[in-house]
Design a protein around this ligand. Structure first.
Ligand SMILES: C[S@@+](CC[C@H](N)C(=O)[O-])C[C@H]1O[C@@H](n2cnc3c(N)ncnc32)[C@H](O)[C@@H]1O
Ligand SMILES: [Zn+2]
Length: 409
């Protein structure tokens, strides 16, 4: 490290090894991860005194695109809060890469993190527009939960579940504001630890082949019921499941009626593990449901209550695609593929079949998903691929239809 850089670091009490990395359009000082791991099996980001995960670049790139899309949609200057910021990389990228961002508030409870974030803000020449704080996220957000104090956008990117921050984030979000949530606790959300999911998200998960979609729906459902308590409805404009986490982007629609409308999207997913049949049902109807599979009469398993409404907005996704084309992200190819898949599945039926799983059950060779899509469309069914699973197929064909089609193939 150059001498003046190390002297500057001393002014910020940064007493651990760091290095400069480039991500998006910024250069940023991050903990030197290699210096903190003692064995190759250790998870480096959590060993460093300040959290930094290079793998989350994709998450941050998509966050930049979503925020820019949101800003262009509302067409005014926006304020943004990142209450769990680590070294500040995400908030600093928002301030640098998203046009129309007037102010960013970055915060972390870890003093070393907020010191490093302060250093990074100064290094990127953003001191006038970016403020750094060192508080508990809920305490911080509570200060902003009043008219004329609220943020246009809040990005919650915690360790594990974002649920402990939902109430205060909703209260600190302006009418029409955008809330982004990351959840990395995939074991509860995907049904490995169902009790933890029920406890945290208020809904039962199910270990199906489309459990990642259910995870998004459980998180969206939890957000919708939390927002409804404050007379706020939500619209989920974008979501994705990538690497080891899920992410949702939702806008807040103020008013009791909007909250009622939003709650109408709550329901259950019923799944048959014998024949892969699945169906959605609304909360009240569950009492009247036979609980039997309509295709093979086996007992159905239940997931929910969860969000059975839209988890992507096609137009929002298309605008994100346009934004992506104007940038030169390092992960541009992967981002292009994800956005194209999401745009294609945005209006497709809820859940997807995984072709490998069906073929396993039927002891058949596995055809390509493209071939299956082609044949489904020829048969008059809807068919779209999904970013959730490379072998996934969203279709309105029933489990019996799928079985017949694969047998013919
Ligand atoms: C996953 S990291 C954030 C990563 C960051 N958003 C990024 O994109 O690189 C989660 C951060 O939350 C901070 N944190 C944990 N509990 C907190 C709390 N109650 N209030 C504020 N920050 C908290 C941790 O210190 C950690 O830096
Ligand atoms: Zn069945």
């Amino acid at each position: 490290m150059r001498k003046n850089q190390s002297m500057e670091k001393n002014n910020y009490n940064i007493d651990f090894p760091t290095e400069i990395v480039k991500e998006g359009k910024i250069n940023i000082s991050v903990p030197k991860l290699k210096a903190f791991i003692k064995s190759p099996s250790e998870y480096a980001p959590s060993k460093a005194p300040v959290f930094y995960n290079p793998v989350m670049e994709l998450n941050r790139d998509l966050a930049v695109l979503a925020l820019q899309t949101y800003q262009r949609t509302v067409n005014h200057e926006i304020s943004v809060c990142e209450p769990l910021a680590g070294c500040g990389i995400r908030g600093i990228r928002f301030a640098t890469e998203v046009k129309g961002v007037q102010k960013v508030l970055i915060n972390d409870i870890n003093e070393k993190a907020s010191q490093l974030a302060r250093y990074n803000v100064q290094m990127n020449g953003l001191s006038k527009r970016v403020t750094v704080k060192n508080e508990d996220a809920n305490l911080l957000l509570a200060h902003y939960g009043a008219p004329r104090k609220r943020f246009d956008a809040i990005d919650i990117d915690p360790f594990g579940s974002p649920v402990p921050y939902l109430d205060s984030a909703i209260r600190a979000l302006r009418k029409g504001g955008l809330l982004a949530l990351t959840a990395t606790d995939m074991a509860p959300l995907c049904g490995v630890h169902p009790k933890a999911c029920i406890r945290k998200y208020g809904g039962k998960p199910l270990r199906t082949e489309y459990c990642h979609e259910l995870a998004v729906r459980l998180l969206a459902g939890c957000l919708a019921t939390t927002a409804a308590k404050h007379d706020i409805g939500i619209s989920v404009v974008f979501s994705h499941s990538t690497n080891h986490y899920i992410r949702i982007y939702a806008t807040a629609n103020y008013g009791a009626k909007k909250a009622d409308e939003s709650i109408k999207n709550m329901g259950y997913m019923l799944h048959c593990f014998r024949c892969f049949h699945r169906e959605t049902t609304k909360e009240l109807l569950l009492l009247e449901h036979s609980g039997k599979c309509s295709e093979c009469n086996s007992k159905l398993n239940i997931a929910g209550p969860l969000w059975i409404g839209k988890i992507f907005d096609r137009e929002f996704c298309e605008l994100m695609q346009q934004e992506a084309k104007q940038r030169r992200f390092r992960l541009e190819e992967r981002i292009g593929k994800i956005l194209a898949l999401i745009k294609g599945e945005a209006e497709a039926p809820v859940t997807y079949y995984v072709i490998d799983k069906l073929c396993d059950l039927l002891a058949l060779p596995v055809p390509s998903v493209k071939k299956v899509a082609e044949i489904l469309r020829k048969g008059g069914f809807q068919a779209s691929l999904t970013h959730f699973n490379s072998k996934g197929m969203r279709t309105n064909a029933s489990a019996i239809n799928m079985r017949e089609l694969l047998e013919k193939l």
